[in-house]
Design a protein around this ligand. Structure first.
Ligand code: ADP
Ligand code: MG
Length: 617
């Protein structure tokens, strides 16, 4: 039973401070909380089940959710909504690309978000999801005997902004205050306590095989920062496909054709049951009345493994592709986290462990519940109840570096949660540049001159390369103590340099406020200054590149060609000197248009030379 705190001086009952995490799944959803004294997460149950199937049945405006809705699936398919998560934040066109067959009616809403029609009324996926969330909220409120509002909800790591926003909106519609949307693999890792060890960075593979989807995420966890290195998966592969394989096997074996809807459903449920039971024992036997005959259905472990082998192999290929994208080998993975009901299948566990041979397998938390449990832990951190874990905070001002023309280029935006780590790639603007000065600033203004300088350093000894060739990766890592680590690495040569700075050091809250105010007051003139700076930088770049082009290709150009180009260069140079933005933009475009013919000529020659096997410069 949850405690209700009472303010002793006023005697009023304080608003509930229950901590809640929600896993809003494609197949199943769960709600979890934190035990007050032990601060251990646990799933809230109804009739002893923690899982609420993410299925709704709507008829005559009456809505039922979960198992009772599943029971209607056969008789009223068009009123029974499942896999609503697949539609979140998507247009009709997006959904059609997915190629998932749905039994209910989806409606094209002209490029806008897709809708579902049930008995003539239109519903948004957000609204439908909100009913599932409301059901979870009711279950929790009944069980905890208190109102709940503040929650953390999880989404797949690959969800885009629109999908995340739709999820957030669904929470709001359900009367919840969504503190944060977090990634499912992050939640699962949190449940295993990964990333709390501040010393050791860990590379974690989160393998999530649910009912209809497979997701693999590679995370790097350090100092409480969860960085998604790569995600991969298959949006139409999951435990339901295992069931289908078993159904097909039995249908072939007993020549089961022309089954009624109800018989098909029973056969499917028997297949799912067989799959689950075979996890524990080696044999499954059952008798089912199909087509007027008693059919003795049986399956053993060996048969099951053979049936699902091609599907499991597919997940392993996705996992290898994720590793490739993260530029890692299987041996680089320190830990695997198994998530999703389908990882209970022993064959799946074995195959995954084999792929990541040197990793520690984390599977002692129920894979159905692990995401919800992790979400509850995140909610507990946000509520400030965990001193043992890093409290995620936000940056009051943007952090970035100076780029060409004195412009501010933001790496960590204002209000970004900390700890955080963000990367961006840059290059040089001049040929043979071997040193690169990196100036770090804080603030919201467009030009660095108006922001606060935090520090600078020089990335030295970059091998001499043409402008644009070096790949300079800047990484900003802001830890929970507010220390900013800035590092720069030229990826081709591996040359690197890093420094630490304290953005909050020596700045008061009042100064932050006045900086924010100044950025609002000057927004318009700042935009103008920035667009002029951008035009000048682009113009300068083009003049530089054109001069270089003439030098390198003099043999292809007549003197009147050169004169013509130079005339355009001259006009652009004058525009740059006059700082006339519009004139710079048009002169840049004109010079580009004029020199295109010569660039094509030079390109043809390069290709011809290459075809002759000569070295091109
Ligand atoms: P989602 O994340 O898509 O909501 P879940 O993680 O809840 O899905 O996984 C649901 C899938 O897990 C279903 O296909 C179900 O059959 C399967 N599953 C549940 N328990 C077991 C088990 N003991 N053995 C094998 N598969 C299981
Ligand atoms: Mg899931």
């Amino acid at each position: 039973m949850a405690k209700i705190s009472i303010n002793l001086t006023s005697g009023t009952v304080a608003k509930s401070s229950v901590v809640i995490g929600i896993d809003l799944g494609t197949t199943n959803s769960l709600i979890a909380s934190i035990e007050e004294t032990s601060r251990m997460p646990y799933c809230i149950t109804k009739d002893e089940a923690s899982i609420v199937p993410s299925v709704l049945h709507i008829s005559n405006d009456a809505i039922s959710i979960g198992q009772s809705a599943i029971n209607k699936m056969v008789d009223e398919p068009e009123n029974t909504i499942y896999s609503i998560k697949r539609l979140m934040g998507k247009s009709y066109q997006d959904v059609m690309k997915g190629n998932h067959k749905l039994n209910y009616e989806i409606v094209d809403n002209d490029d806008k978000l897709i809708q579902v029609r049930i008995e003539g009324r239109l519903y948004s996926p957000t609204e439908l999801s909100s009913y599932i969330l409301k059901e979870l909220k009711n279950i929790a409120e009944l069980k905890l005997n208190t109102q709940i509002s503040k929650v953390v909800i999880t989404v797949p790591a690959y969800f885009n902004d629109s999908q995340r926003q739709a999820t957030r909106d669904a929470g709001k519609l359900a009367g919840l205050d969504v503190l944060r949307i977090i990634n499912e693999p992050t939640a699962a890792s949190l449940a295993y306590g990964l990333g709390q060890d501040t010393e050791k960075p860990r590379t974690v593979a989160v393998y999530d095989l649910g009912g209809g989807t497979f997701d693999i995420s590679i995370l790097s966890i350090q100092d409480g920062i969860f960085e998604v290195l790569a995600t991969n998966g298959d949006t139409s592969l999951g435990g339901d496909d295992f069931d289908q394989q078993i159904v097909n096997f039995w249908q072939d074996l007993f020549n089961l054709e022309n089954l009624s809807k109800n018989e098909k459903q029973s056969l499917r449920l028997t297949a799912e049951n067989a799959k689950k039971i075979l996890g524990e024992s080696g044999e499954f036997h059952s008798v089912l009345l199909l087509g007027g005959k008693n059919i003795p259905l049986s399956l053993n472990i060996k048969q099951l493994n053979e049936l699902i082998n091609p599907l499991v192999c597919k997940t392993l290929i996705c996992s290898q592709n994720a590793l490739k994208d993260a530029e890692l080998r299987a041996e680089d993975i320190d830990e695997i986290v198994l998530v999703g009901g389908s990882t209970k299948t022993v064959f799946v566990k074995e195959k995954v462990s084999k792929l990541f041979m040197s990793a520690k397998v984390n599977n002692n938390i129920n894979p159905d519940e692990v995401v919800a449990l992790g979400a509850a832990i995140e909610a507990d951190i946000l509520a400030g109840n965990r001193t043992d874990m890093l409290l995620l905070d936000v940056t009051p001002l943007s952090l970035g570096i100076e780029t060409l023309g004195g412009m501010m280029d933001v790496l960590i935006p204002r209000n970004n949660k900390i700890p955080t780590k963000l990367r961006k790639e840059y290059t040089t603007s001049v040929d043979g540049q071997v040193n690169l000065a990196i100036n770090v600033y804080q603030g919201e203004r467009e030009m660095v001159a108006d922001n606060r300088k935090l520090g600078e350093f020089i990335l030295q000894n970059i091998p001499s390369m043409p402008a644009g060739m070096p790949k300079i990766e800047m990484t900003f890592m802001l830890n929970a103590d507010g220390i900013l680590q800035v590092s720069a690495e030229e990826k081709r040569s591996g040359v690197q340099q890093q420094v630490e700075m304290k953005p909050q050091y020596g700045i008061t809250d009042d100064e932050i406020k006045s900086m924010l105010k100044a950025s609002i007051d000057n927004a318009e003139s700042d935009m103008k200054t920035r667009s002029l700076a951008e035009a000048i930088a682009e113009g300068d770049q083009l003049i530089y590149a054109t001069d270089k082009f003439i030098n390198q290709n003099a043999h292809l150009l007549t003197s009147s060609d050169i004169d013509g180009i130079n005339k355009h260069v001259q006009i652009l140079r004058q525009a740059v000197n006059a700082k006339d933005r519009n004139l710079i933009v048009t002169s840049t475009e004109e010079l580009n248009n004029f020199s295109r013919q010569f660039a094509e000529k030079a390109m043809d020659e390069k290709i011809a030379k290459a075809l002759q096997g000569k070295k091109i410069d």
